[in-house]
Write a protein of this length. Structure first.
Length: 377
């Protein structure tokens, strides 16, 4: 599409690259921009910090800066002058849709809704914040906020993006909006089909995720400890978001020399890490998507994850499984079956997950859906 015909889209989000500690929502946007930047010009407003108030390095502050082709980012060094900033960008792009990522951020979810005009096209992506384990944390406070938001008509004329059927139900049930106001459009996975992959011999387990109760790192450690007879390596990667919870994990790891913490991994290096393992253990209590899971399946890595995720179809296709995280005994039994397969049997099992993923995720179809999301009236 000619640059003159590119449609501008205003994107509001707490964190964006080079931030990565917030996990999925950051990756979802980055992948979306890569997919759609040939027909949309994205203007991203975010903070100059990563999750945990970690300052981002080597970025221009409080000015529009080039991030990638047709993607411009405004990194705010502080949250003052919110009204001025939002009014200015709304004036600059009077017809651009506003794409809000998240539900409960004062500066990046609520204020842009408050200062927008009632007729501006607005899309809200809850990013899993209304689903399962996410909504129960601070449930009554969130419910009170949503009731007030409805009273103030904060979501008037807004549409919502649900990334799977469970989120679709959550939006309908919790926000009580009409079916016409909700579009189901999946997150965009990183496409790595063409990257070389050499199968490894033996079995090696890893977990790549934020270290947080909702991700169930502690449960993963308990599960692997019950496989002591197999002496299988289990490496944990990810930012420590909850230090108290991590202390509990470390205590559990003390009697398991085959389990180790390997630090954080940059987004661009996830595939390199995955290519040295063949099982991703991710017993999360809730996932809006799970980008490490999508990348693992493309790397012919078997995935064992929770059932409050978009990956339950693995139970039918092979290449992985989705199990209730409370049933740790079932995780142990499943892993024993996998660990006892020979290398050729297990490789064929993993390939089934890769083929199923390819059949279910068409980037061309996703692009059409996002085009409809941003253009539809």
């Amino acid at each position: 599409m000619s640059a003159l015909l590119l449609k501008p889209v205003i994107v509001s989000v707490d964190w964006f690259r080079p931030a990565y500690r917030a996990g999925g929502p950051v990756a979802s946007l980055d992948n979306l921009f890569r997919l759609c930047s040939d027909e949309f010009e994205f203007y991203v407003i975010c903070s100059a910090y990563d999750l945990g108030k970690v300052p981002l390095q080597n970025i221009p502050l409080n000015t529009w800066t080039y991030y990638a082709k047709n993607v411009n980012v405004f990194y705010r060094s502080n949250n003052r002058n919110g009204k001025i900033i939002w009014k200015d960008i709304f004036k600059r792009f009077p017809d651009a849709p506003l794409y809000i990522n998240g539900m409960f951020s004062w500066h990046y979810s609520i204020l842009p809704l408050w200062f927008r005009s009632a007729v501006r096209k607005t899309i809200i992506a809850p990013r899993g914040m209304l689903s399962g384990g996410a909504i129960v944390r601070g449930y009554y406070k969130k419910l009170l906020f949503l009731k007030c938001a409805k009273g103030f008509k904060l979501y008037a004329n807004a549409r919502f993006q649900a990334t799977d059927t469970e989120e679709l139900k959550a939006v309908h049930n919790i926000l009580q909006v009409s079916k016409q106001a909700v579009f189901q459009v999946s997150n965009v996975p990183k496409a790595i089909f063409n990257e070389a992959h050499t199968p490894i011999s033996g079995k090696r387990l890893c977990m790549i995720s934020r270290i947080h109760p909702i991700k169930n790192t502690l449960g993963a450690i308990r599960i692997v400890k019950q496989l002591a007879a197999y002496n299988v390596p289990f490496d944990i990667y990810g930012p420590i978001e909850d230090p108290v919870y991590w202390a509990q994990c470390q205590l559990e790891m003390q009697s398991a020399p085959n389990i180790r913490y390997c630090g954080e991994v940059a987004p661009d290096n996830v595939v390199l890490v995955l290519n040295t393992y063949n099982i991703l253990l991710h017993p999360s209590f809730n996932e809006n998507f799970g980008h490490s899971i999508a990348e693992a399946l493309q790397c012919q890595v078997a995935v064992l994850t929770g059932d409050a995720t978009p990956w339950n179809w693995l139970n039918e296709t092979g290449g992985g499984a989705a199990i209730n995280p409370l049933h740790e005994d079932v995780y142990v039994k499943t892993l024993k079956v996998w660990l006892e397969m020979n290398d050729s049997e297990f490789l064929e099992f993993c390939k089934r997950g890769t083929m199923a993923f390819r059949s279910r995720f068409s980037l061309n179809e996703l692009k059409l859906k996002y085009r409809h999301l941003f253009y539809a009236s």
